[in-house]
Design a protein. Structure first.
Length: 193
């Protein structure tokens, strides 16, 4: 690995270790060395020791014993695919990665595609964090399955009839004969590109 400005390599090591810890797979010294292009595992060990000295990692017992300082309550939330904020789309579950979420132990994430929830502040490309639950109240934003198709909408009850409403006047309501609520949207995350 060529010479990099001070701190850049250590930051890359920290990000790699942090990502692997969130996935629940603490990396070995060899995995860190291979990922960073170090010639020896000792270089990886030195970076980890320095990160521990700087207070960013805490050394725990065991060969792979590190944790991110201040990250004890953050949980790795799986991003399990995409959900349409528009019409309906075939629902698939395919883990794309993980997102660190404070207190997110039972949540899952979905990447939004479409603009039907624009006026609720949910935009194309946003990540919605969803608490799995089979019921919701009128006015709550849910991820629902209609047949094999999933969508994110506002749930509305009219007597015994359920309706999924967009938050963009360019889109129509969905009044399915059957629907299954997969969960309630509890947070929206957006990355600035």
């Amino acid at each position: 690995m060529g010479k990099t400005p001070p701190g850049q390599t250590r930051e890359k090591v920290f990000r790699f270790v942090h990502e692997k810890l969130l996935e629940g797979r603490p990396p070995t010294m060899k995995e860190i060395a291979d990922q960073m292009g170090f010639q020896t595992s000792q270089t990886a060990r030195e970076h980890l020791e320095r990160l521990a000295h700087d207070g960013r990692l805490e050394k725990l017992p065991g060969a792979r014993g590190y944790r991110v300082v201040g990250g004890a309550s953050a949980a790795p939330v799986p991003v399990v695919g995409r959900v349409v904020a528009g019409g309906l789309s075939f629902a698939t579950e395919d883990i794309e990665g993980y997102e660190a979420v404070e207190g997110g132990h039972s949540l899952f994430g979905l990447r939004v595609r479409g603009a039907s929830m624009r006026d609720a502040g949910i935009l194309d490309g946003d990540l919605v964090l969803v608490r799995p639950q089979a019921t919701a109240r009128t006015g709550e934003i849910v991820v629902a399955l209609v047949g094999d198709e999933a969508t994110v909408k506002v749930l509305h009850r009219a007597g015994r009839r359920l309706e999924l409403r967009p938050r963009n006047p360019a889109f129509r309501r969905i009044t399915p004969k059957e629907l299954r609520i997969l969960g309630k949207v509890v947070e929206v995350r957006r990355r600035i590109r």
